[in-house]
Design a protein around this ligand. Structure first.
Ligand code: THU
Length: 136
């Protein structure tokens, strides 16, 4: 993994575009993918609160829909207080991360960065051979 600076910058930039009229809590996320692309997303809130999508899942859906990769080698998340991704986002990210050692960089509004392996955040993702894949 090259220096995470550009990945962190992309997350901070996406955070500025967050649509948050209900919580005012802006989040930006950026993914380093196997095609070399950096894919960014922000949270997009909705009047029907449950329809809100988090920054991390916005980035994942962009990655797939725009054909920008299938594997994530690093993740950056920018927020006011440098939070980790929520449980739903961790499960969605787990489908695409390279492995438990994939680093998650968290950055707060002061630009302070902390990193942690994905496997520390979600050590027991939902996986089951009983849910069969019909394509690779
Ligand atoms: N949010 C994210 O974008 N990512 C997370 O991992 C946690 C929460 C958003 C959802 C909502 O728009 C706002 O933060 C407050 O929960």
């Amino acid at each position: 993994m090259p220096s995470p600076e550009n990945l962190i910058l992309a997350a901070q930039e996406a955070r500025r575009r967050a649509y948050t009229p209900y919580s005012g809590y802006k989040v930006g996320a950026a993914l380093q993918t196997d095609t070399g692309a950096i894919v960014a997303g922000c949270n997009v809130e909705n009047l029907s609160y449950g329809a809100t999508i988090c920054a991390e899942r916005t980035a994942v859906t962009k990655m797939i829909a725009d054909g920008l990769g299938q594997k994530i080698s690093a993740i950056a998340v920018a927020s006011k207080d440098g939070v980790t991704p929520c449980g739903i986002c961790l499960q969605v990210l787990s489908e695409f991360v390279e492995g438990p050692e994939t680093l998650v960089y968290r950055v707060n509004e002061n630009g302070e960065v902390q990193s942690m392996p994905f496997g520390n955040l979600l050590p027991h993702a939902f996986v089951s051979d009983e849910v069969r894949r019909t394509e690779s």
